[in-house]
Design a protein around this ligand. Structure first.
Ligand code: HEC
Ligand code: HEC
Length: 316
């Protein structure tokens, strides 16, 4: 059962707890010839309801006392990955995230990893962290013109950011990635965007100056990503610095191929280790330049944004 609660952070923790209470009471429903064992389970369920109610009251007090508290993302301690089948799936998900093209050659058509963009194991604020995502999806997405599940969202990045092919929605590797994202989401309330979701904001009304972008790319980016954005790769195919253009990079249907999306990422995170050092105009200029360097072409881009509400930086 999956229920999405779209509410303000202040009330959502409470609602998430109440939702959990609801789920417990539902499972407490039993047939008329209730067996003794069911009664014990019911008693346990009631005790759990009581403790959840107490916790909900506590959370409410905490939030009232500290109204500006933000829900932040971080990488939980890996020792909290359980030592069971679910834990094995979480570990597999983490492995895929950091070694995507090596682990999934049938589904990846370039030489990037998920964590080339989703920095810090997919748990770094303002690098589109995955913490909380399994409670935020399913969600309506205008690019698809329909509600997408978390699995479909992941496949979106396989087909575009990884220039590859979608996974079977119920495959073990898909479940591993969702398991990993679930584990990353521990402690976050259900259905609420944490602080640091997506990227930092840039001013989308700025007009890009591609010539200036080319100059700045040579000054600030090419030392790692190469003169033409081709990246730097070891003989065994692993990268030192990932490609931001060319065959080894994302395709032109990817979010990162859009000027203002790329500008928001690089403004917050690049040059690597010097995030937030570029002005909005510099980020927009550099992004317009490198996103439009030659790169793989995504087929059927004309089917994106079927309701005609495509943002102005979308590639056709
Ligand atoms: C080339 C960069 C890049 C790579 C590589 C990449 N992604 Fe993404 N991903 C993005 C961008 C850009 C977004 C959109 C962020 C936004 O909307 O602000 C995104 C969004 C997402 C989201 C939704 C986040 C949200 O806040 O709604 C998920 C989940 C996701 N990616 C999973 C993956 C997975 C899994 C992989 C590896 C298979 C991957 N991505 C590889 C760039 C990338
Ligand atoms: C000091 C080296 C360094 C510099 C300088 C640098 N980057 Fe990066 N960049 C990285 C690393 C490392 C990653 C990937 C992190 C990972 O895999 O953990 C990355 C990732 C990226 C990505 C996402 C992955 C991909 O390949 O598409 C983009 C886009 C990007 N950088 C653009 C830029 C731009 C634009 C600049 C200049 C403003 C820049 N970088 C400067 C090291 C650098």
């Amino acid at each position: 059962m999956k229920i999405l609660l779209k509410v303000k952070p202040s009330s959502s923790v409470l609602l998430a707890a109440i939702f959990a209470i609801g789920a417990v009471s539902l499972s407490g429903c039993s047939e008329s010839d209730t067996k003794a064992v069911d009664r014990v389970e019911e008693a346990e369920a009631l005790a759990r309801v009581k403790s959840l109610e107490a916790r909900a009251a506590e959370i409410k007090d905490e939030m009232a006392a500290n109204p500006s508290a933000k829900l932040s993302v971080s990488m939980p301690d890996e020792s909290t990955i359980p030592d069971d089948e679910f834990g094995a799936a979480v570990r597999r998900g983490l492995q895929i995230a950091n070694h995507t093209y090596k682990e999934m050659p049938d589904n990846v058509g370039n030489q990037l990893n998920c964590t080339s963009c989703h920095l810090g194991n997919g748990s770094e604020a303002y690098a589109a962290p995955w913490n909380g995502m399994p409670g935020i999806y399913p969600i309506y997405r205008s690019r698809a013109g329909r509600v997408n599940s978390i699995q479909e969202r992941i496949n979106g990045c396989f087909e575009r950011s990884m220039n590859g092919k979608a996974l079977d929605l119920g495959s073990d590797d898909m479940n591993a990635m969702v398991s990993y994202m679930s584990w990353l989401s521990q402690g976050l309330p259900y259905g609420v965007s944490p602080e640091g979701r997506g990227f930092v904001k840039v001013d989308k009304t700025l007009e890009p100056n591609t010539d200036n972008g080319k100059k700045l790319f040579a000054e600030k980016c090419s030392v790692c990503h190469g003169e033409n954005g081709e990246g730097q790769y070891n003989d065994d195919g692993t990268y030192i610095y990932p490609a931001v253009a060319g065959d080894k990079s994302f395709n032109d249907g990817a979010g990162m191929a859009r000027t203002y999306t790329a500008a928001a990422f690089i403004k917050g995170k690049m040059p690597f280790g010097q995030g937030n050092s570029l002005s909005d105009q510099e980020a927009v200029d550099i992004a317009a330049y490198f996103t439009h360097l030659p790169r793989p072409i995504k087929a059927n881009k004309d089917k994106d944004w079927p309701n005609g509400d495509a943002p102005k930086d979308v590639r056709r």
